[in-house]
Write a protein that binds this ligand. Structure first.
Ligand code: HSE
Length: 340
């Protein structure tokens, strides 16, 4: 399996780290390690068809801030110059236009390559187009880490719960807001809690996307399209963020044994992100940066999952699970991990 990594920020580097940590898994399961043939960051790239040394790349990025010596102006020219089987697209999220991530995913799927991404912008804006493109070209397109980071939800619903009728998913889908709200539960002002979330690296580059509910709304769109088979876009979600939640509202909720949490909800006829009152002790009353989701099914009843919604290694663990799934599938179909 020859992999091209598009994006070498927090998640891209985390993925490189995870591959190093799990080289034995690939050797034992497939008889060989995966080969990284190209890595691009926002301005530079490095490529080697015989396989790059991930440890060296991580070191160079740390020391110089760049992954390669060669600069590029058009990402698709770099992509076309490499022989690869699968793209891991983890460039920064742009939820207004889809950004370079959308361009790169389109390009890879259009060329018949498998893609794994955690990039929410392209998925929230162009989900159905990208899925159709993957289908047309016989490619795998997986995105488990785009919702809830390490918390299993998309593949859980699509694979393990495939026989269920899922009527709704309600969840805490943004760690930054949950962190802020739980700090406010303890009397900390909003601005101070947000600053702390930024310092700890949970918040998006532009934290407006977190606190106004836009990041959660992207995840609601991804869940609606991938699990409920809907064809919705970011603009279809009713969004209210947490910026107008006052300390008084938090205290009033506490006096009634409740907390306020930012909840994303998807069902057949509902797409919403809004602050809600949740009873203390309810599975969605969790604190800190955790994500959680309650999936309501007809046969199994309600199922609750929870886990770390962000983080370098945590998000990369979801990419690893998508990669293993694609490699297993290729192994089953052809006994090989390289596409013919
Ligand atoms: N800013 C996001 C969060 C990162 O706080 O949950 C993961 O999507």
């Amino acid at each position: 399996m020859r992999i091209l990594i598009s994006g070498f920020g927090t998640v891209g580097q985390g993925f490189a780290d995870v591959l190093l940590k799990r080289s034995d898994l690939f050797r034992e399961r497939y008889g060989r390690e995966v080969s990284i043939v190209c890595v691009m960051d926002s301005t530079t790239y490095i490529a080697d068809q015989t396989g790059l040394r991930l440890g060296d790349l991580l070191e160079r990025k740390k020391v110089t801030g760049k992954v390669g010596n060669d600069k590029y102006s058009d990402s698709t020219e770099v992509i076309d110059s490499v022989d690869y089987d699968l793209m891991v697209e983890v460039s920064p999220t742009d939820i207004k236009t889809g950004g370079v991530g959308l361009k790169n995913i389109r390009h890879a799927l259009g060329s018949g390559k498998d893609v794994i991404t955690v990039n929410k912008g392209p998925l929230a804006l162009n989900f159905c187009e990208l899925v159709a493109l993957a289908k047309k070209n016989g490619c795998k397109f997986r995105f488990e880490g785009s919702v809830g980071g390490a918390m299993p939800i998309i593949n859980l619903c699509r694979e393990n719960l495939v026989g269920e009728r899922i009527s709704s998913i309600r969840g805490i889908l943004n760690g930054t807001c949950n962190f802020i709200l739980s700090k406010m539960d303890n009397g900390q002002p909003f601005e101070q809690a947000l600053k702390e979330a930024q310092q700890m690296g949970y918040a998006e580059t532009d934290p407006t996307n977190d606190v106004e509910g836009y990041d959660s709304a992207c995840k609601v769109v991804i869940l609606a399209n991938s699990i409920f088979g809907r064809n919705v876009r970011f603009s279809d979600v009713n969004i209210t963020g947490i910026t107008s939640i006052s300390s008084e509202a938090i205290s009033l909720a506490a006096s009634q044994n409740m907390v306020i949490r930012l909840i994303g909800e998807v069902s057949e006829d509902r797409l919403e992100v809004s602050p809600r009152l949740i009873s203390k002790g309810h599975p969605l009353s969790i604190g800190g940066t955790l994500n959680a989701a309650q999936i309501v099914t007809d046969l199994a009843g309600p199922i609750t999952v929870s886990g770390r919604g962000a983080g370098r290694i945590e998000t990369a663990s979801a990419i690893l699970s998508d990669l293993v799934s694609i490699m297993d599938d290729r192994k089953e179909r052809g006994g090989k991990c390289q596409k013919k």
